[in-house]
Design a protein around this ligand. Structure first.
Ligand code: NAD
Length: 475
């Protein structure tokens, strides 16, 4: 079994205890990665701080060139990195290739944004004064990321943080640290100065506490569950540590009878099944206007049944395994609960095979409002469908959630599209679009789906401090 080291202050560190990494398609152990204790994490923060004092002084253009160099390295190794993502996360290889492509695009977007951390000059109100608004990096950023997009979600934080002049300590998810190690190899090959980017792994709550309590760490950026997000908010209170939080989602899909059926079916299908349904913006609740309800349900079910499920390394797969047994048991519990409450099982419903964590693509119709799958993230290729009659009712159902990460609507009416985008409580809205996320536009949640935005120009701003400088002048 291969042992992978951590990347600390420009050195590779490989010592026990090791974190084992499983292949969710087979349940077999793939590799192991070194871990460190809290004290060594504090050292990484100190090294990141020393690196910050030099990195912040580089022109944005130069920092951008480093990011382009990392992107070049990732592109050169894209086939092997995509394979690593599939091995540790399970997603079909074509989707891992898509994740690598999006990662490169994020790096190049923020490489260019690095030159655009503009301040401004504000007209004075009193003679003899002039006012500057200046943008400065924060310092050391601690990042905690999940397993579902192990490469791109780390880079979504790292690229803007480095572009803005901060240094970065990444703690990847225990299930998927190999993508982070591959990223560190690309950073090293790109020649970034020591300490600008580091990878740590170990006891997650302990590392989280060190990020929150260590005064050298100036911001914690987190993507993961709302449950852990709440713990970080509580932990940040003592030091008033700034947080960016990309938390859970529970996306509604509204299908109106004025859209061509196939567009709605294909859009809902990709929003449901991409990443094996384990995406924070995955469609969880599909509400369909009653006049096309049966037609939609049968066309959607036919497409779900045609999905190819298997090991992500096998060519042509649409859906891979769930990440682990806990993910599988949660999905099965959601199905059982919905059926017990009177939902109709249109297809699927069972575990697939005895090896790995596969589940049949599942469609549940007539799901009643109290069902778990209409209240919480299912994080699996399990679709819950329910009818609505009016637009008002559809909007009320969509907004009846404590989450607000993303929402989808399929309609042929421009008027309705505007009413929906103004009413839906979500940070990202796909109108006739099942894959709305892109490097150049902000991404993030409202309500309990999080604080702040990533990507777009907002993504850079999340890693900048705003200072006002008042100049008293004799003119
Ligand atoms: P998780 O919250 O269990 O874990 C996320 C990360 O937090 C991991 O690195 C884990 O080690 C770490 N962690 C766990 N407990 C911690 C603690 N007490 N202190 C500090 N760190 C801790 O989430 P997950 O299961 O890895 O990911 C799935 C969740 O992430 C879903 O809810 C999904 O919706 C969400 N997510 C959100 C976005 C977004 O952009 N909003 C994107 C992807 C995933």
């Amino acid at each position: 079994m291969k042992t992978h080291p951590l990347y600390l202050n420009g050195d590779w560190f490989a010592a026990s205890p090791f974190q084992q990494v499983n292949n969710p398609a087979t349940g077999e152990i793939l590799a192991q990665v070194a871990t460190i204790d809290r004290q060594r994490v504090a050292q990484a923060l100190a090294d990141a701080h020393a690196a910050f004092l030099r990195w912040r002084k580089l022109p944005g253009k130069t920092r951008g060139e480093f990011l382009h160099a990392i992107a070049d390295e990732i592109e050169t190794r894209s086939a092997e990195i995509a394979r690593t993502i599939t091995l540790e996360n399970g997603k079909p290889l074509a989707q891992s290739q898509g994740e690598v492509g999006m990662t490169v695009d994020h790096l190049r977007w923020f490489a260019e944004e690095a030159r655009r951390a503009y301040g401004r000059i504000v007209p004075h109100q009193v003679d003899g004064k002039r006012h500057l608004v200046v943008k400065s990096p924060l310092g050391v950023v601690g990042a905690i990321t999940p397993w579902n997009f192990p490469l791109v979600l780390a880079v979504r934080k790292m690229a803007p943080a480095l572009a803005a002049g901060n240094t970065f300590v990444l703690k990847p998810a225990e299930q998927t640290p190999l993508s982070a190690v591959a990223l560190a190899e690309c950073v090293a090959a790109a020649g970034l100065p020591n300490g600008v980017f580091q990878v740590v792994l170990g006891d997650a709550p302990e590392i989280g506490r060190e990020f929150l309590e260590n005064p050298l760490c100036r911001k914690v950026t987190f993507t993961g569950s709302t449950e852990v997000g709440r713990l970080l908010i509580a932990g940040a209170a003592a030091t008033v540590k700034p947080l960016s939080l990309e938390l859970g989602g529970h996306a509604p899909v509204l299908v109106f009878d004025d859209i061509e059926l196939h567009r709605a079916v294909e859009g809902a299908l990709i929003a449901k099944t991409r990443n094996t349904g384990q995406s924070c913006i995955a469609a969880n609740r599909i509400y369909v206007q009653r006049s096309i309800y049966d037609e939609f349900a049968s066309a959607f079910t036919a497409r779900m049944q045609a999905m190819k499920v298997g090991d992500g390394l096998t060519p042509g797969m649409d859906i891979g395994p769930l990440i682990d047994d806990a993910g599988l048991q949660k999905a099965l519990a959601h199905i059982e609960d919905a059926v017990a409450r009177g939902a109709r099982l249109l297809c699927g419903g069972k575990r697939l095979g005895a090896q790995g964590y596969f589940i049949e693509p599942t469609v549940l119709a007539d799901v009643p409002p109290g069902a778990l799958c209409l209240r919480e993230e299912t994080f699996a290729p399990v679709a819950a469908i329910a009818p609505f009659d009016t637009e008002e009712e559809a909007i009320a159902q969509a907004n009846d959630s404590s989450y607000g990460l993303s929402a989808y609507a399929f309609t042929g009416s421009l008027d309705r599209a505007f009413r929906l985008l103004e009413s839906l409580e979500a940070g990202t809205i796909g109108i006739n679009d099942g894959v709305p996320s892109t490097s150049n536009c902000p991404f993030g949640g409202v309500k309990q789906s999080g604080w702040g935005r990533e990507l777009g120009s907002e993504g850079l701003d999340a890693f900048l401090e705003t200072k006002h400088v008042s100049l008293g002048l004799q003119l």
